[in-house]
Design a protein around this ligand. Sequence first.
Ligand code: TYM
Length: 334
Amino acid sequence: MSKGRIFSGVQPTGNLHLGNYLGAIRNWVALQSDFESIYCVVDLHAVTVPQDPAALRQSTREVAASLIASGIDTKTAILFNQSQVKEHAELGWLFNCVARLGWLNRMTQFKEKAGKNRENATVGLYSYPTLMAADILAYCATHVPVGEDQKQHLELTRDIAMSFNSMFGVEFFPQPEPLIQGTAARVMSLRNGTSKMSKSDESDFTRINLTDDVDLIASKLKKAKTDPEPLPSEIDGLADRPEARNLVGIYAGLSGRTEADILSEFGGQGFGVFKPALADLTISVISPISEKMNALLKDETEIDQILADGAERARAISAPILAEVKDIMGFVAK
Ligand code: TYM
């Protein structure tokens, strides 16, 4: 029986990495049998920063293929790309007229992404969180599995839902619950344990991509920043050792074991032992995904068909919700 309705999304801006996988996608796969699940490749979000059209098209298909290769079952879960369902953009506009400048001004991701040259950022980048709220609320989703970095956007989504309900005196939108799960909800860069593993980091050696081959994974982990101390036997010993903590967290995430359990096995050992074990584990999880993804990408028509079918199923849910929203707001329609 369904425990509720899930919506979550991922941007098609380059390859998916281990942070996306451990922080979000693996949880999407685990949740899809218990919840009605809607998963979206958010191409409208991607164009908030400049994109090359051919690269965007390719990346959308690659991300869709890697989600399927990771275990999203498109017979039950809905998988589609955002731009094929116009309700997202339409509700996004309506939410631009609900959200307040003060709320958006607090968004840390806008500050990070816009950087110093804020005057040159697109209006879309600034209002990104209202479109994200629309993604979720166009389906009246009850749960949103995401990594730690999306927490603030989810809080804004809840504020928008509440504000809409009180502006119009209705109990229409639910308060969606973030599902931020596991030790790997925030996977850090392999080169700096205090900054997040990210697609936009200039150096590819900061992240492991789902498309990396065996040799590249091994070499990235071998070169990962660490300290000269052996691993501690207790979690307390990882305080002030962000790089060591990150690698142990990744090992725990990939193996489904606790950090304490990993430290009881590797405590007292140096990284010369731990890193090769981590590389073997990473390869055993990632390689089958990239093989399957490459096989799927040989037939682009098939991927496009899956996305089109998913879009149709998504529209069947969101179109009536949008019609109700517009009625509540007082728009005339026949
Ligand atoms: P995006 O594309 O940056 O990331 C997709 C998912 O991966 C998670 N994630 C991480 N988790 C752990 N460690 C990391 N280093 C790491 N990096 C990324 C993200 O938290 C996310 O869950 N704004 C969203 C996309 C979006 C969305 C939505 C999500 C648009 N609409 C509606 C949920 C619901 C984003 O940019 O994710």
